[in-house]
Design a protein around this ligand. Sequence first.
Ligand code: HE3
Ligand code: MG
Length: 566
Amino acid sequence: MSQKNSDKPVQCAADVIVRNLEAHGVDHVVGIPGAKIDRLFEALEDSPIRTIVARHEQNAVFMAGGIGRLTGKAGVTIATSGPGVSNLTTGLATATSEGDPVLAFGGAVGRADLLKLTHQSMDTVSMLRPVTKYSAEIGAPAATSEVVGHALRAAESPRAGGAFVSIPMDVLNAPADCAVMSTYQAPKLGAAPDDVIKEAAAALKKAKKPIILLGMLASEPENAEAIRAFMKKTNLPVVGSFQAAGAVSKDLLSRFGGRIGLFRNQYGDYLLDQADLIISIGYNPIEYDPCLWNKKTERPIINIDAVPAQLDNAFTPAIELVGSISLSVKKLTDEVGLLEAASAMDPILESYRASKKAAFAKAKSTQQGMLHPLEVIKVMEGFVEQDITICLDMGSFHIWHARFLDVFRARQMLITNGQQTMGVALPWAMSASILNPAQKVISVSGDGSFMMSSMELETAVRLKSNIIHIIWADQHYNMVRIQEEKKYGRDAAVAFGPIDFAAFARSFGAKGINVNSVDSFKAALREGMETQGPVVISVPVDYAENPDLMAPLAELSESPSGVINM
Ligand code: HE3
Ligand code: MG
């Protein structure tokens, strides 16, 4: 991000905030104004920072989260008092759960009115405290830079997450004379201590069936690079959480045992089950409960993370390497060589590859005009070059992508795994496009999740976002449907009506295409790749095999795969 400054003299706290954002290298803010916060938008008019007007605060904060995830620097959003700020809640919770740095500013009534029942008064600081790492109000103009500086450090230091700053209207408009503090970056971390690295290396050398488990922070580019070098040197097998997607490079594909999470019935689960030592890297328990993958709690876990592990009855690491993940992994790499035991589970890796191949080979919809999920993914695979970013919404389609779509670039595929929040895909795709306007982005929603943020299609058209947005249409909240059917033998409250998504997209000024076959889907994707601006492609999916997503894997002894409530 660039370092830049507006020339306008600082007149009030709003100007101080803008100066802090500029000094921090913020390039974009996304938000919706209102009377309590409009002075901040006013101040931004004179700044090189680009203001993006959203159509819903929830999408604005999702966009900030997307910027945060892709850059590692806080994405910034601004909302007005009361309902403007309360609309930020889900996005901030998602950011905090999923390690995305976000700074949200919210307007508030003047200080004299804070305790009164007046227009849009709301204790937003208390409201957002549980879903952020930092939630505070600027109590006096002179405190503006301090609060903004703290908030940025909280948002960006590990694990990254959401921070919220409330600004009473009178503070925002009051003269403020304080030095910029946002240039104080969070301190850099070093590697874990040498003796702990050596202890980890010794344990690793003794193991007979060691494996790596990658979590969300493994897909940060710097960490992914170190992990790849570690894998190359040791030849260790690896499984990853959904959010770790992209951490393993193509040349290491033969060491990859797949992604785990939703549901416990994957070869990755089997590999973890068989292992006698697990090295978890950048793993956050919110991604996939330890009690689901760590049935054998007696075997040792070496946990490499930027923060101490959150202890769980099923997750009590024997050795913790706390510090910079990439530096700790590099040091551990220096301490070990090729591990013979690393190939102990190769037959399982082979079974995983064979099962994946077989699933693609037999995938065929029996329904006229509909596509099997793997037919959709197979076609998509042909278009997903390394430089294309993929943003997934939440639903059954997400599980199909997480299990079957290979990506080989860190942060190439953005997935919501902590909160599993519907509606993220389009706003995230817009962030990816804002950061790299020339590059195509492919985002995917279900017909349920798309409608949670579809109003933002207007913003995407306005921004000329180069997005191909694919909608898997089945007229159901399928992911909930299949679980209800399994639990209760019938579904409830999961059906809704059809939408002509092509016509819907066109009404916003986007290109819209409804497809009904593999060939028409291919043609639509080709057209999408050649089109400037957003393109929406609706694909009717045949979800007949979705209950199989929960089917037990024979190799897993207990295999209670469908017991998770997601
Ligand atoms: C199962 C998840 O919890 C899921 N995510 C949610 N996110 C929000 C913000 N609110 C409610 C939920 C509950 N969930 C639902 C209903 C999901 C289904 C999504 O439906 P589609 O049509 O987008 O996808 P598909 O039909 O493929 O499942 S995810
Ligand atoms: Mg659906």
